[in-house]
Design a binder for this molecule. Structure first.
Ligand code: SF4
Ligand code: SF4
Length: 202
């Protein structure tokens, strides 16, 4: 049998052998961290608020007067009332998704010639939480929120539907719409712990 050597065993000096130098340097790290402020939390008893740009459970923005100009153009072809999902059934989110089959989007043509979205389901069991669907949406309808507690003991509850998504979108915007789009809600505290981010150009 061939014996393969991957690492050379470090050679210790006599002083290191007698005074357990490695052991003491390990203890130094232990004591240093023992006195530092804890950065972990006792979940689920303590919960951090994720950043606004966190990629959590999906939601739909509704028609509320804050739509982008693209929606104003597309709205002419749609039957969407105040407080209803902004979705114009363009399927761009599904096209952009690496797992398109997780979407079930349907729309119907009304007698007045306009289109109405009748179904928007997403099976989050197949979702990678990559956010590509959000980037693809031309009317800022589909978003990702700060909600992340999706653990479940049944597959059915992992499929989210349009009405729930609208409610989640309304709640998210009520809580966080006006918040600056920064990465962490407590930038200052994190700067103290881990130092400042340094860009090449400011
Ligand atoms: S987050 Fe990514 S994987 Fe999930 S639905 Fe959107 S595009 Fe698809
Ligand atoms: S990209 Fe936006 S508007 Fe188009 S189908 Fe998806 S959620 Fe609806």
């Amino acid at each position: 049998m061939v014996k393969v050597k991957y690492l050379e065993r470090p050679k210790l000096s006599n002083i290191e052998r007698v005074f357990f130098a490695d052991f003491l340097s390990g203890l130094k790290v232990t004591f240093k961290n023992l006195l530092r402020k804890t950065i972990t939390t006792k979940y689920p008893y303590e919960k951090l608020t994720p950043p606004k740009r966190f990629r959590g459970t999906h939601a739909h923005r509704v028609k509320d007067g804050k739509e982008p100009p693209s929606f104003v153009v597309l709205e002419k072809f749609m039957e969407i009332h105040e407080g209803e999902s902004r979705c114009v059934a363009c399927y761009m989110c599904q096209q952009a998704c690496p797992m398109p089959s997780l979407f079930k989007i349907e729309a119907q043509q009304l007698p007045n010639g306009k289109k109405r979205v009748t179904r928007f389901d997403m099976n989050l069991l197949n979702c990678l939480y990559c956010g590509l669907c959000v980037d693809a949406c031309p009317v800022d309808c589909i978003i990702m929120t700060d909600e992340f507690e999706n653990a479940s003991d049944n597959r059915a509850s992992c499929v989210i539907h349009m009405n729930d998504m609208c409610e989640r979108g309304i709640s998210f915007d009520k809580r966080r719409y006006n918040e600056p789009d920064r990465i962490w809600i407590d930038d200052k505290a994190r700067e103290k712990l881990w130092g400042q981010i340094r860009w090449t150009y400011t």
